[in-house]
Ligand binder design. Structure first.
Ligand SMILES: Nc1ncnc2c1ncn2[C@@H]1O[C@H](COP(=O)(O)OP(=O)(O)OP(=O)(O)O)[C@@H](O)[C@H]1O
Ligand SMILES: [Mg+2]
Length: 254
């Protein structure tokens, strides 16, 4: 994979008052790959992706998107660039139906605006949502079901399908499998693979090394706010990853 990176993080640091959460982060993210972002509690993973999501501003350093230096002052700016973040629970509203969740925040695409009134093209919304889910291998015919009736894995799948459908170029998943059963986890990982196949760059944050090892092409390990190492999957073992997460180095090979 020699293509230019989709996104480059150059010497990114982030301080909250006197707490320095990130120090000198250099990292490239490429289209069509899954990059696993690993690290212990408090290492700085969420802070890092919140910078990519337009939630936090870096204290120093630069973001380079397709060769151009950019800033992401708000989450809306990140979204407009095609950066989507799927959080464990926050991206889905349980009481709304599947198709309404699918178009959440994007109703303008499928509505007729009259003075003081917005009329949704519900038939169109249902069809698009059903098809987009199907494209990812998720077969849910009744998109009128409320999301409250779905499992955690199915909820994640809707968030992922939505991000792929609305042409996200960078999909960030922060602990998407943390609360899932083994079977549901396998499904979510298969949706991640499908997103990659469609050319999306995926950043997967997880504490679970074996899940990460199953699906990631590369790993970046964050240790105390720094990148301890970036490695291709083929050049590292799960034991070495565990050591990097816990100590910041690979340790002595057995
Ligand atoms: N808004 C904030 N204000 C002050 N400190 C913060 C803020 N957000 C994060 N931090 C600090 O930055 C450090 C990194 O936190 P972060 O949430 O990025 O870790 P993480 O790698 O995502 O951990 P976890 O695996 O537990 O989710 C922690 O020491 C945390 O207390
Ligand atoms: Mg976190």
């Amino acid at each position: 994979m020699n293509q230019a990176p989709l996104l480059e993080l150059k010497d990114i640091s982030k301080s909250f008052g006197r707490v320095q959460s990130l120090r000198g982060i250099n990292l490239n993210i490429r289209s069509g790959e899954v990059l696993g972002l690993l690290g212990d509690n408090g290492a700085g993973k969420s802070t890092l992706i919140k910078i990519l999501a337009g939630v936090h501003q870096p204290t120093t350093g630069a973001l380079v998107w397709k060769g151009q230096t950019i800033t992401l002052p708000t989450p809306r700016d990140a979204m407009a660039r095609g950066i989507s973040v799927v959080y464990q629970d926050l991206s889905i509203i349980p009481l709304l139906s599947i198709y309404r969740n699918f178009f959440l925040g994007r109703e303008d695409d499928v509505a007729i605006r009259l003075p003081g009134l917005m009329v949704l093209k519900r038939h169109k919304m249902r069809c698009i949502a059903r098809d987009a889910l199907k494209q990812l291998g998720i077969h849910i015919d009744d998109v009128d079901l409320s999301v409250a009736r779905l499992s955690g894995g199915e909820r994640q799948s809707i968030a992922i399908a939505r991000a792929v459908h609305f042409q996200s170029e960078l999909l960030i998943l922060d602990e998407p499998t943390a609360a899932l059963s083994l079977k549901e986890t396998e499904k979510v990982l298969s949706y991640v693979r499908e997103a990659r196949r469609q050319g999306v760059a995926v950043v997967l944050i997880t504490h679970n090394i074996s899940h990460a090892y199953e699906v990631c092409d590369r790993f970046g390990v964050v240790y105390h706010g720094r990148i301890a190492e970036i490695s291709d999957r083929n050049d590292i073992t799960t034991d070495e990853l565990a050591s990097l997460i816990n100590t910041g180095s690979r340790g002595i090979a057995a």
